[in-house]
Ligand binder design. Structure first.
Ligand SMILES: Nc1nc2c(c(=O)[nH]1)N[C@H]1C(S)=C(S)[C@@H](COP(=O)(O)OP(=O)(O)OC[C@H]3O[C@@H](n4cnc5c(=O)[nH]c(N)nc54)[C@H](O)[C@@H]3O)O[C@H]1N2
Ligand SMILES: Nc1nc2c(c(=O)[nH]1)N[C@H]1C(S)=C(S)[C@@H](COP(=O)(O)OP(=O)(O)OC[C@H]3O[C@@H](n4cnc5c(=O)[nH]c(N)nc54)[C@H](O)[C@@H]3O)O[C@H]1N2
Ligand SMILES: [Mo]
Length: 555
């Protein structure tokens, strides 16, 4: 979101899901949507069945790659090198969209000079992707009538995730693949309402509706409505909070619906910091590992189907959710619990209904102003921005960039000169393998919500290795092995995956109670967005002595 905001001034996906169906080229870059975003992927498959070409850029031949016309299996962390090589090929083949570049962008000449030495040969040498595949993707993307470029964590969960995103935005600016129906940039969001959380101001530098906290006029508007002073400085994002805990500057934390003791990189260190707080409060629907560290647990919040409200998905569509069940026992809606906490802190927040809270938002956030609950119902959800009761904006953003009138075009979109940088942890003789981590279809994040179910085909945690590495190390399918990084060692059965190239190892994050992968991940973070490098650390795999008792292997 930081990358998109830098280029276009707004941190949201530029297209809508259904527009995938009118695209003739779709690039899924660092995104395993077949597993992680099945609803969006359903639209992608409709497009593919109707003849659109699908390119997948992923170090693994992922479940998504199985549906691709062409898979570009790059080395982990070489995305900028690949994007620069594609850009250079588009420029040297004369496939840039000159009129769009002149009208809507700044910085093209400097960018073109910078990428000029990213020849196909150099790109192949750095990324491991054959030159002809890079060339094919470059030509298909540039010459498509409408191309969608989607990405997820394979791009963002790196120490240079924002630079990765900027390098992808460059491709859309070169070719005019943005701001038109079917053409766009789609970062697929994580949870059902992670976009909504950001929209509502659950960000350290924003008020609801992405209004800047440091903007005096914006703050004054909220202060008048709320009757309290709004702090004038930006707060901390998650990784800055952990750094502040380390320094001793942050002593009290309220965790709502998150399990950082298991989801943070280098989790033993994160757990130690959470334990050392003066005061930790957790509000969750389960007694998580994080809740077990807390001084106060506010138990029994109602889950999403037991409360009223809205959620916003990756295409910026706000939809109502309705209470379908009564919460069990004494469980209460999260908002009731927050109102009660506010009251104990001396604040009286007056809302009679959930709709009152929403209407307050509509008064304060211009991009939500036209979304009454009645209208959300009638239209089956509305995408932001929606400024007024009598209008619906186009389903894609930044159409203004194509306007003839410079005043209407507004702020031009800058090309970004970003440098190709390898992952923080280099491979060496002691840790010669690259570990990347991610998701499976049948499990969810730290497993709190998906741990309890079993089905015949469901696997627990495995250490996935390539057939080549397995035979080199004489590891057999299902054999219990040890995997170590500079942070620690864990054990799990090996699984031989033909979708992995030699040197690459994959694990999920779904079974931390049994095998906590975040014991070994690195907590290097992107200074611009605070995202950790979950997608790249250096590891080694060791066979265990055959007579090792299982109990000792599971420490
Ligand atoms: N079933 C299921 N669905 C989910 C979730 C879940 O836990 N389970 N979680 C939700 C959440 S919170 C999120 S954020 C999303 C995440 O959705 P995704 O980001 O699609 O999921 P991941 O499996 O984490 O990572 C995606 C891909 O990035 C690739 N990758 C790794 N390193 C690199 C690299 O250096 N470059 C490139 N180009 N690719 C790389 C991996 O091989 C992997 O296939 O999924 C959401 N949906
Ligand atoms: N190794 C590795 N680690 C990763 C990642 C990775 O790819 N690899 N991905 C990272 C990413 S993208 C993410 S998003 C994080 C996810 O990390 P977390 O968000 O910490 O993990 P979840 O398991 O999704 O935890 C969500 C919590 O919310 C609670 N909850 C659910 N519904 C409600 C509700 O209505 N009210 C309340 N109060 N609580 C509720 C659940 O019970 C659960 O405890 O993990 C990160 N960690
Ligand atoms: Mo996520």
């Amino acid at each position: 979101m930081v990358g998109l905001a830098t280029v276009f001034g707004a941190g949201g996906g530029t297209s809508s899901y259904a527009e995938a169906e009118i695209a003739d080229v779709i690039v899924m870059w660092g995104s395993n949507a077949r597993n992680a975003h099945p609803i969006y992927f359903h639209h992608v498959l409709k497009a593919v069945n109707a003849g659109a070409r699908l390119y997948v850029v992923d170090p693994r031949h992922s479940e998504t790659a199985q549906f691709a016309d062409r898979w570009l299996g790059l080395n982990v962390g070489t995305d900028i090198a690949l994007a620069h090589t594609i850009a250079r090929e588009i420029i040297s083949a004369g496939l840039v969209h000159r009129a769009f570049i002149e009208r809507a962008t700044v910085g093209f000449d400097e960018f073109a000079a910078y990428v000029d030495d990213w020849t196909l040969e150099r790109g192949e040498a750095v990324t491991g992707v054959p030159a002809d595949a890079i060339r094919e993707l470059a030509h298909a993307y540039a010459t498509a009538n409408a191309a969608q470029l989607c990405w997820t964590l394979g791009i963002t969960e790196h120490h240079n995730g924002v630079d990765n995103v900027l390098s992808l935005c460059n491709l859309a600016l070169l070719t005019g693949q943005v701001g038109r129906p079917g053409a766009g940039l789609s970062p697929l969001r994580g949870q059902n309402n992670v976009q909504g959380g950001g929209d509502m101001g659950a960000l350290p530098n924003k008020l609801p509706g992405f209004q800047d906290i440091v903007d005096d006029l914006a703050r004054a508007k909220f202060e008048a409505e709320w009757g309290v002073e709004v702090p004038a400085e930006n707060g901390w994002h998650l990784t800055q909070m952990f750094e502040a805990m380390e320094r001793g500057d942050l002593r009290s934390v309220f965790v709502i619906g998150e399990n950082p003791a298991q989801s943070e990189a280098d989790s033993q260190h994160a757990t130690h910091l959470l334990e050392s707080l003066d005061h930790l409060v957790v509000l969750d629907i389960y007694l998580t590992k994080t809740a077990q560290l807390a001084d106060v647990v506010l138990p029994g919040s109602a889950s999403w189907c037991e409360s009223d409200g809205t959620v916003t998905n990756s295409e910026r569509r706000v939809q109502r959710v309705r209470k379908a069940l009564d919460p069990p026992g004494e469980a209460r809606d999260d908002i009731d619990i927050l109102l009660a906490v506010a009251e104990r802190l001396g604040q009286r927040w007056h809302y009679d209904t959930h709709e009152d809270i929403w209407d307050e938002l509509r008064r304060l956030s211009p991009m939500h102003a036209g979304m009454s609950w009645q209208r959300l119902d009638e239209l089956g959800g509305i995408q932001w921005p929606c400024y007024s009761d009598d209008r619906i904006e186009p389903s894609y953003l930044h159409g203004r960039l194509w306007a003839d009138d410079p005043a209407e075009r507004g702020r031009l979109a800058p090309f970004s000169v970003v440098h190709d940088e390898p992952p923080v942890e280099a491979l060496d003789d002691v840790y010669p393998l690259r570990l990347t981590t991610g998701r499976r279809l049948d499990s969810y994040n730290t497993g709190v919500q998906s741990g309890g179910f079993s089905s015949p085909n469901r696997m627990g945690e495995t250490i996935d290795v390539s057939p080549e590495d397995a035979s080199l190390m004489r590891i057999t399918e299902g054999e219990l092995v040890a995997i170590s990084s500079r942070r620690g060692t864990i054990h799990a059965p090996a699984r031989i995956d033909r979708g992995l190239r030699p040197g690459l190892v994959f694990m999920t994050m779904h079974f931390p109670d049994e095998v906590d992968v975040n014991v070994i991940t690195i907590d290097a973070t992107d200074p611009k967005a605070g995202t950790a490098e979950f997608k790249a650390c250096a590891v080694r795999i060791d066979k265990l002595p055959v007579d090792i008792p299982l109990a000792a292997a599971g420490d």
